[in-house]
Unconditional design. Structure first.
Length: 309
């Protein structure tokens, strides 16, 4: 039977002379209420006003006795119920999960009748690698889920849901417990030109759990350190290059380390455009043009058409 607040048991006896009826619960006498339907039919009621899970499997018996106390008839029934889970909880754990490494979570529920089923959910997606173990009396269900967390799982909600399959139409037939995943992973790095200092600053962006312990910048594979003479300023997540020259041209990387390990960004190729100043001297006889930069002069031979233009 289902668990109700009040439940009434009725025993009818047909016969003469009128007998006496006695109710008992688990062998202990309890009082019932007589009412006569006719001369030959006696009805006796026993009411449990607050039927609850403590009455599960109670033995309820009604005995019919004659005036000499001889038992003429008896009927016994066992009170059975459908019960929702009393509690469900995920077994606490203190260590953070590691991205890419196998993880196990355990859940425990009890109080369901019949035995509760457990399902695991990550957000709205059901997890499939689940093993349920049931106690011999059917009162306790233990469940374990195995999965490999990813970086994207950090901060996601995982829930353990216990439900009575026989009470699928009941709103409160299920209970659940949930946790927020704490997934550790190596830093995820990107390198970009800084917008605030225009194009003479390179900035590193990182996403890490736990936080980054150390950041190192490299230039063409060699560690970079602050050098005011060369206009290089290394400041944690930023690399500032002042008065950029062609010697600054090359590949820049950022390396970051946390408790999960070290990772490095993709190379960022800094291209430097140099302005060359030319000084032309037009010589009609040789069709030559002489030009010079701030370092040295060179000669080119070009066509007369180019000279005129």
């Amino acid at each position: 039977m289902l668990s109700y607040k009040t439940f009434t048991f009725i025993f009818l006896f047909v016969g003469r002379p009128t007998p006496s009826l006695q109710w008992s619960v688990n062998g202990k006498p309890v009082a019932g209420v007589d009412s006569a339907r006719s001369v030959d039919i006696i009805e006796n009621r026993y009411e449990i006003r607050h039927l609850n899970r403590s009455n599960l499997l109670d033995q309820l018996e009604c005995k019919v006795s004659d005036s000499n106390g001889t038992v003429l008839r008896s009927k016994m029934l066992t009170i059975d119920m459908l019960l929702k889970p009393l509690e469900v909880r995920i077994v606490p754990f203190t260590e953070a999960l590691s991205s890419g490494s196998k993880a196990e979570l355990e859940c425990l529920t009890y109080g369901s009748k019949p035995t509760a089923e457990i399902s695991w959910w990550k957000g709205s997606k059901r997890m499939t690698d689940v093993m349920n173990v049931y106690s011999s009396d059917g009162n306790v269900t233990k469940s374990k889920v195995v999965f490999i967390p990813t970086t994207e799982d950090n901060g996601k909600h995982v829930s353990c849901r216990a439900f009575n399959t026989k009470m699928s139409n009941s709103v409160d037939a299920a209970k659940e417990d949930g946790i927020i995943l704490n997934v550790h992973y190596v830093p995820q790095l990107t390198v970009n030109l800084g917008a605030t200092i225009k194009r003479d600053s390179i900035k590193e962006g990182n996403n890490a759990n736990p936080k980054v312990d150390e950041i190192v910048w490299t230039f063409d594979g060699k560690p970079l350190k602050s050098n005011s003479t060369q206009g290089v300023l290394v400041s944690n997540q930023s690399l500032v290059l002042r008065s950029v020259h062609k010697q600054h041209r090359g590949n820049y990387r950022c390396l970051a380390t946390n408790k999960e390990g070290q990772t490095q960004s993709d190379p960022f190729m800094l291209r430097v455009k140099c302005e060359i100043l030319y000084k032309y001297t037009h010589i009609h006889t040789t069709n030559s043009v002489t030009y010079s930069t701030h370092k040295k002069s060179r000669s080119l031979f070009i066509s007369e058409k180019d000279i005129e233009s």
